[in-house]
Design a protein around this ligand. Structure first.
Ligand SMILES: [Zn+2]
Length: 266
């Protein structure tokens, strides 16, 4: 193993470990932010019996597995979401290191921060139908970093403006014609930020993925639930998932699709 390979390996291990720790913090954010609780105070505790977690109860993934997903004191079940968020964040940070570090370390770090913001958007919107501005701003800031590092500023600007305009049209269209809010205004702001991040080409891909996933899940949900029960569904989780896939694999997917299209035309 030469020095370069060793450094790359160190970067990947660091991304994985830091990703686990930050994932652990994201759980705090996802639980406390929508409940208007301080992120730092009090320390981590069981929501059932108030038992204050010791440092050895707070080790990402390992503590959860060791305690069998239960509180050490009262044995109340702890949501598997805690471990899922830690593991997913760790692997997304590793993916950013593998995919983007060679291109630009600055972009790799920004992309990792964006994936964490997307995880927060996904889980908070799923439960509370709410996209916090601070996460949208993190996505937009990631867009500015990407724009500077790849130099394709026009693609990003068009993406940002198109995302905002299209979703603003959908927002007011739903209010005018359907007499209800089909989208939240948080979705409009998010779409502009995602367009800036992805550039217009990958933004289209993200919206296609989000729409298809949304349509499939809602069809299944409507079959399972009673047909007369009209519940509102958040669109943010699909937008976040679509953005994530387009950001990490967009170039590959678009390239594959263009090859397919050219192959059919010849
Ligand atoms: Zn407890």
């Amino acid at each position: 193993m030469d020095t370069q390979e060793f450094m790359r390996l160190c970067t990947h291990i660091l991304a994985l470990v830091l990703g686990l720790c930050v994932g652990s913090f994201l759980n705090v954010v996802i639980y406390r932010l929508p409940n208007h609780m301080s992120l730092s105070h009090p320390g981590s505790h069981c929501t059932a019996c108030d038992y204050s977690l010791k440092w050895y109860d707070n080790i990402p993934v390992l503590s959860y597995l060791f305690l069998g997903g239960k509180c050490r004191k009262c044995k109340a079940p702890i949501s598997p979401r805690y471990m899922i968020v830690e593991v997913v964040n760790a692997f997304l940070w590793l993916a950013c290191a593998i995919l983007f570090w060679a291109e630009s370390p600055v972009w790799a770090v920004a992309a990792a921060v964006v994936t964490s913001a997307l995880i927060c958007i996904f889980f908070i919107d799923l439960e509370y139908m709410l996209i916090f501005n601070r996460f949208t701003l993190m996505v937009a800031a990631g867009g500015v970093v990407k724009m500077i590092t790849d130099g394709l500023w026009l693609d990003h600007l068009i993406g940002g403006i198109a995302g905002g305009v299209v979703f603003l049209g959908l927002y007011y269209g739903a209010i005018t014609f359907l007499k209800k809010e089909g989208l939240g205004f948080g979705d409009v702001k998010y779409a502009a930020a995602a367009g800036l991040l992805l550039g217009w080409q990958k933004f289209i891909l993200a919206m296609l993925l989000a729409s298809v996933a949304g349509a499939v899940v809602m069809t299944v949900l409507n079959r399972v639930q009673k047909a007369d029960k009209q519940t509102e569904h958040p669109f943010g989780p699909y937008l976040a998932a679509g953005t994530l896939i387009a950001m990490l694999a967009g170039d590959g997917i678009i390239g594959w699709y263009m090859d397919l299209l050219l192959g059919m035309m010849i």
